[in-house]
Design a protein around this ligand. Structure first.
Ligand SMILES: [Zn+2]
Length: 257
């Protein structure tokens, strides 16, 4: 294992993460992704290249705009760091292969969707719907088409069912169509039966963080907590902790593959 390649994978991933930040903040506004240059949302000062280095610039600027001193959201370096770490992880696990490209693409799609859902409470169908097909094509190439198709239909169908039943019971939208497409995309990538584990992990992390939020702020939240980031954690968690999950279920006498 050459450390140079690992460092390169991290730097490349962090640079991609920087681009994902641009997509997260411009896609919902319908703004161009390539132009204009990045600028401070507060004072509109264009960000010069030397202040646009992933992670490092945030540290050197101490998290503040060099023009007006407004603090820069921690989301930016966090997304760059997470993307860099995921690129390293998938490189170490799969080297440069079809799996590597498929899973980094999957990760990038989930990061964009989570970022947009977290900030704007919408899930961009323009990412999730092509993502369903990308997942199916990837699994077809691996000879896993049927589990992927069942995973996509089950995942999307389950959330659709919750949406319809929940809507009738609570008389308001409990799940958006965005969550339906997102879960179908995750189902295509993780396949049947792991999609069940992915949705379970999403519900579990969502509930835990929801409770922490309510306890820490001592208020019940009127607007629903966006579920997209939790579905993403569930989907990515299943891929990253695949062997642990398989072993755990085998211990219970359930063989997932
Ligand atoms: Zn500024």
């Amino acid at each position: 294992m050459n450390i140079i390649f690992v460092v390169f994978a991290f730097l490349f991933g962090a640079a991609i993460g920087s681009f994902l930040n641009v997509i997260i903040y411009r896609l919902p506004l319908g703004a161009s992704i390539v132009a204009p240059r990045s600028f401070c949302p507060h004072c509109k000062k264009p960000i010069p290249a030397k202040e646009n280095i992933p992670i490092l610039s945030y540290i050197l600027l101490k998290g503040r705009c060099s023009g007006c001193g407004t603090s820069i959201s921690i989301h930016y370096p966090a997304i760059e760091l997470i993307t860099g770490v995921l690129f390293v992880y998938f490189y170490l696990r799969y080297n440069i292969s079809l799996e590597f490209f498929a899973y980094v693409t999957f990760s990038c799609a989930l990061i964009i969707i989570s970022g947009i859902d977290f900030s704007f409470q919408i899930i961009p169908d323009v990412i999730s719907i092509p993502g369903i097909f990308a997942g199916l094509v990837f699994q077809l190439a691996k000879g896993n088409f049927l589990p992927a198709l069942v995973g996509a239909i089950f995942g999307g169908g389950l959330i659709l069912l919750i949406r319809v039943v929940g809507g009738k019971v609570y008389k308001k939208e409990v799940m958006g169509m965005g969550d339906v497409y997102l879960t179908a995309m995750i189902g295509a990538f993780v396949g049947w039966p792991l999609i069940i584990v992915a949705v379970f992990l999403a519900a579990l992390t969502g509930s835990i963080l929801g409770i922490i939020f309510i306890v820490s702020t001592r208020q019940s939240r009127e607007s629903p907590i966006p579920f997209g980031p939790f579905l993403s954690i569930g989907g990515l968690g299943v891929i990253v902790f695949y062997s642990i999950i398989i072993k755990f279920f085998a211990m219970l006498g359930v063989y997932l593959r």
